[in-house]
Design a protein around this ligand. Structure first.
Ligand SMILES: [Mg+2]
Length: 136
């Protein structure tokens, strides 16, 4: 049995008494800001490691970015692995019928006729998300 990143991060949140939700929901502006600050702090450390650190430090900070991102998903009750799978599906639909990508001059993979954008709202609804009614 393999342990997912989501499981590891949930273990950490539960051990530390941090927030964790079981279904997607909007959170308070204060909590959302706090999570955003944590992500930005880790992205800053990643940039420093990329500029000045060795590969091990870079890998550490890269893992911190992913870890805090998964923690932010957990705080919002989002099963991020499922969202990632939907993003992956969309990315794979960029390939042509021959299974090959069309690349821009700088190497970016372009979207072709077969591209289908990710439907993240549908993934969240499948996780039990009930979107707020639009404001009138
Ligand atoms: Mg760090």
């Amino acid at each position: 049995m393999s342990v997912s990143v989501s499981d590891l991060v949930r273990e950490f949140h539960e051990a530390c008494g941090l927030e964790a939700r079981d279904r997607p929901a909007e959170v308070s502006a204060k909590l959302a800001r706090h999570r955003q600050d944590l992500i930005e702090e880790e992205v800053g450390e990643l940039a420093e490691a990329a500029a000045e650190g060795g590969l091990a430090e870079f890998a550490h900070e890269l893992a911190d970015v992913v870890y805090v991102a998964f923690g932010t998903a957990l705080v919002h009750g989002i099963d991020l692995e499922a969202v990632l799978a939907e993003v992956h599906r969309a990315n794979m639909s960029k390939l042509g019928p021959d299974g090959r990508p069309t690349l821009r001059a700088d190497g970016k993979v372009l979207k072709g006729d077969r591209y289908r954008a990710p439907d993240v709202a549908a993934v969240l609804r499948a996780q039990g998300w009930e979107p707020r009614p639009a404001a009138e």
